[in-house]
Ligand binder design. Structure first.
Ligand SMILES: Nc1nc2c([nH]c(=O)n2[C@H]2C[C@H](O)[C@@H](COP(=O)(O)OP(=O)(O)OP(=O)(O)O)O2)c(=O)[nH]1
Length: 144
């Protein structure tokens, strides 16, 4: 099983989608930034490394949203998707991608996702509807 991690980078209720560039065999398919976990590497460290390599940004990894498996006869991949946020930098595509889009929950179905990602989209939509950080206690108390 090949362990792959990917980041649902969320900003202002939108998530970043990236389109695979040619000549990759998956060119044209949309995915979440990420890649294979190296031996001895944690999921979080792999995500931070991949986002730096692919997008030239620093990210902070939050909770795992879910996992999905590929058809083992086609691609023995287990994809773990994590919510994440930008710390520094503005994402821009390098060699791996030729387009980036910030999608709202309503726009998630408007791009052609890689097959493994499709089952994870409802989890991403739910994460987009949840505020990224809890309200400060003072605010919460004021609303009770
Ligand atoms: N990054 C990423 N990969 C995905 C997603 N969905 C999906 O099926 N994959 C597949 C595509 C690839 O077969 C595999 C990830 O491999 P990769 O080529 O991105 O890994 P890598 O950056 O470590 O690249 P490499 O050094 O092996 O070339 O997982 C996704 O949302 N994000």
């Amino acid at each position: 099983m090949i362990e792959v991690v990917a980041a649902a980078l969320i900003r202002d209720a939108r998530v970043l989608a990236a389109r695979r560039a040619p000549p990759h065999r998956l060119a044209g398919g949309w995915e979440f930034p990420g890649g294979k976990v190296e031996p001895g590497e944690s999921d979080g460290a792999a995500l931070v490394r991949e986002c730096r390599e692919e997008l030239d940004v620093t990210v902070e990894v939050d909770r795992r949203l879910g996992t999905a498996r590929g058809d083992a006869t086609v691609a023995p991949i287990r994809l773990s998707l994590y919510a994440a946020r930008l710390v520094t930098g503005e994402p821009r595509p390098h060699e791996d991608h030729d387009a980036l889009r910030w999608l709202t929950a309503a726009e998630l179905a408007s791009v052609e996702w890689l097959p493994i990602d499709r089952s994870l989209l409802p989890l991403v939509a739910a994460a987009l509807r949840v505020p990224p950080s809890p309200l400060p206690d003072a605010n919460r108390a004021g609303r009770l």
